[in-house]
Design a protein around this ligand. Structure first.
Ligand code: PDD
Length: 289
């Protein structure tokens, strides 16, 4: 028996999940040599699709995977998959690995065809901008032990997985990461924002964090709100701990308030007013991207 989201795409064809087979010599499997995206879709409406594809094309170029597929090619896959799987609340996962070689050798092989895999999975209903209904996260913090190219949306996610797992084992929902200078980078699967007064702050884009699409859209949306200032600037962990509000953002979660960090409340330990405003504006505008 398949799940409700059983139809997948592999190398040009749609098939049932159990029919999708790749070689164990695929460099995605052996080296984590690939790029991925996750795009949310609600009732068949994709959020931020062009931005996700732009990031994916840049990631492929950065790691030297040569694949010239148009934005329309990707949109067709995403729309076909959401339709074939019932057009519910879905995350569309797109994955390109460098492909299957005949030997295991670190250097990029000359003639290898990239493997293209896509599937969808159920995600929660659209988050409500409602303090009583929203998810509330507890988080811990840890020094960021990942590699120095966190700007690439690489399928090599072991560092993220280990940070996330340590949070799960401590009974929290996310792990907030900081560098050797005690500066915030991001979380194990999300970007991070803090609020102080009417200022919303998030670390600037560099190789320490993923250029999140939710982050990008949220900054753009909040810049149009006259009661708030929004800055991309270095944020220390002291500022995080003393913030009025702390949020994590990602495509499937949108903006989640973090009310407790390392066992201590953030602000008054309750979901904040600025979160409510931000999620309201995000919900209203997200389909424009
Ligand atoms: N995670 N930072 C990291 C390390 C992430 O893995 C993600 C997303 C984000 C947020 O990016 P975006 O807003 O583009 O989703 C930031 C995805 C959803 C995942 O791995 O499933």
């Amino acid at each position: 028996m398949g799940s409700n989201t059983d139809i997948v795409f592999l190398n040009g064809e749609y098939m049932r999940m159990h029919e999708a087979k790749i070689s164990p010599m695929d460099r995605g499997f052996l080296f984590g040599d690939g790029i991925y995206e996750m795009v949310p879709s609600y009732s068949g409406k994709l959020v931020g699709f062009a931005l996700h594809i732009k990031r994916m094309q840049q990631g492929l170029a950065t790691i030297g995977i040569q694949l010239s597929k148009s934005d329309k090619y990707w949109r067709d896959i995403a729309e076909n998959l959401t339709a074939k799987n019932g057009n519910g609340n879905l995350g569309v996962y797109l994955h390109v690995s460098r492909g299957a070689d005949v030997k295991r050798f670190h250097a990029f092989p000359d003639k290898v065809t990239p493997t293209i895999f896509a599937f969808v999975y159920e995600i929660p209903t659209e988050p409500a901008a409602d303090k009583t209904l929203t998810k509330q996260f507890k988080a811990n913090s840890a020094e960021d032990h990942r590699w120095k190219h966190c700007d690439i949306k690489s399928t090599s996610l072991l560092g993220n997985v280990m940070h996330f797992q340590s949070g799960q084992e401590s009974g929290v929902d996310e792990t907030i990461l900081y560098n050797a200078q005690n500066e915030l980078t991001e979380a194990s699967s999300c970007n991070v924002f803090i609020v102080k007064g009417t200022s919303v702050l998030t670390p600037p884009l560099d190789k320490q964090l993923l250029p999140g699409i939710t982050r990008l859209m949220l900054i753009d949306i909040l810049r149009q709100e006259p009661t708030l200032t929004i800055e991309e600037q270095v944020v220390t962990m002291d500022e995080v701990r003393n913030a009025d509000e702390l949020w994590v953002t990602s495509s499937s979660k949108e903006i989640v308030p973090v009310v407790e960090l390392d066992g201590k409340p953030i602000g008054n330990g309750k979901v904040g007013d600025i979160w409510q405003l931000a999620q309201t504006l995000y919900s209203k505008n997200k389909f424009n991207y």
